[in-house]
Design a protein around this ligand. Structure first.
Ligand SMILES: [Zn+2]
Length: 87
């Protein structure tokens, strides 16, 4: 890479790790600005700390899950298998 070449990267809102544009949508989720490694951690956390992707907590009829939670789309996609968190 030449020294004048500027790589455009976007930081994860949680861990601050920067992702190149090619990884957006794969490792960095545009709707929340959070990376998949952080969501992997979140999925393993106790529900009381971060209920992300918890089948026992997620309820599509709950106003928080349906409208308010910033992670709602990612959470739903993970629970439906549209986003796979396993490495
Ligand atoms: Zn992150």
């Amino acid at each position: 890479m030449g020294s004048r070449e500027v790589a455009v990267t976007i930081p994860c809102a949680i861990c601050g790790k920067c992702y190149g544009l090619k990884r957006v949508g794969y490792e960095w989720i545009a709707s929340t600005g959070v990376c998949l490694p952080c969501y992997r951690i979140g999925a393993k956390m106790p529900d009381t700390q971060w209920c992300f992707a918890s089948e026992s907590v997620y309820d599509p009829h709950d106003p928080i899950c349906a409208k308010k939670c910033p992670d709602r789309k990612v959470c739903r996609d993970v629970l439906k298998g549209r986003i796979v968190l396993e490495e």
